[in-house]
Write a protein that binds this ligand. Sequence first.
Ligand code: GLC
Length: 443
Amino acid sequence: MRRWLIAACCAGLCLAAHAAPAPAPGKAQRMQWFADAKFGIFIHYGIYSVDGVAESWSFFDDKIPYADYMKQLKGFTASHYDPQAWADLIRQSGARYAVLTSKHHDGVALWDTKQGLNVVKDTPAKRDLVAPFVAALRRDGLKVGLYYSLIDWSSPDYPAFTKTKTRYDIRNDPARWNRFVAYYQNQLRDLMDRYNPDLYWFDGDWEHSAGEWHAKQTHDMIFAHNPGAIVNSRLPGYGDYGTPEQGVPIVRPPQPYWELCMTINDSWGWQPQDRAFKTPDELIRILTDTLAMGGNLLLDIGPRADGTIPREEVSALKQIGQWIGRNRDAVYGTRAGIPKDYYYGDSDVSPDGRTLYLFVTGKPIGPLLVKGLKNRVLGARVLGSGAAATTRLSGKWSSTGAPGLLYIDVPDGALDPVVTTVALRLDGPLALFHPDAKTGAGG
Ligand code: GLC
């Protein structure tokens, strides 16, 4: 870590702890909206919410028989499904995009597929649930992501069925496997033609290699159709960004772009016994932690089979939205913050690099402290209230180049009930001091 820290400081702009390989220019342009969005909502909606069992895994892991799992088809009504209300809630949450499970590993698609199981022909919902949601998101100015599972444990041509039962080995019957590949690629082509999503969120890649999935062909097909599309890392070998799952990364993931996908409780889909809801405060702190490492947060909710969204989830989304509303400058378009050695907390940086945002959880004991900031601070204010914070520099030492200790007093009355953001306006692009840097005193 130390080596790149010095290198980055010598280069003038030290965002070191967060250094990641620079993306190719074309890609940077394509990824712009995603990198700026910072917050998205993941929705696991499917027949598993009828009985409230784990999506697909409940039968795969032999927790319940396949036949019982599939009985849920008969109970999937989507009777109160209100895609516009979903989209409006997502917009209110401050998210800039959403990702809907168009087909999970169980193979039950939410739209009218030509082949395979789907909610239009196989459930009392009897209608395409993807189309109106896509339209509602677009009406609300939100980007459209569709989750698509490469795995299809219900397809007769898919090798795996459950963890103990396999239909066949693809080495012994490549023609059958090729039939499956054609089947999934046809479904994808159909998804593309109908909805032209901005983002393809693949899943289930782990059961086969990139070659077996014909991943390059799939990638080329998507980009021939939409050169501006974004694909997550679960199309092996061809992903645009990393997808750490559940655990908040401890250090910044290696990919230049990444997105933490995380459940709001401990389940992806609706499971009524799961009351382990993360509190809005916790979620906001997870968001600032993600921002500090330059990533996006894709927060998952699980609607009931009738299409209603649990109260706790609605309330958490609204509270996150209110927080983002007060702190929007420190969210959208920001880049990773400064290493924790410099500020003992989460931080991020404005797109022009000239504002450093410090996140403060709860009530600070004494002034905040930033070490090693080479810039002069032109002003400090608290986002939301706009209240001024006072700064004081102590111990600047010219012979070593040490920029001194920057103390920031935040008035009690300006503190946010959850996480306060202090914006430091700098005299130029953020520059940090490191004593080992070779550029003379202070680097
Ligand atoms: C995992 C699980 C799946 C879930 C997904 C979301 O891959 O298999 O159930 O939909 O994570 O990221």
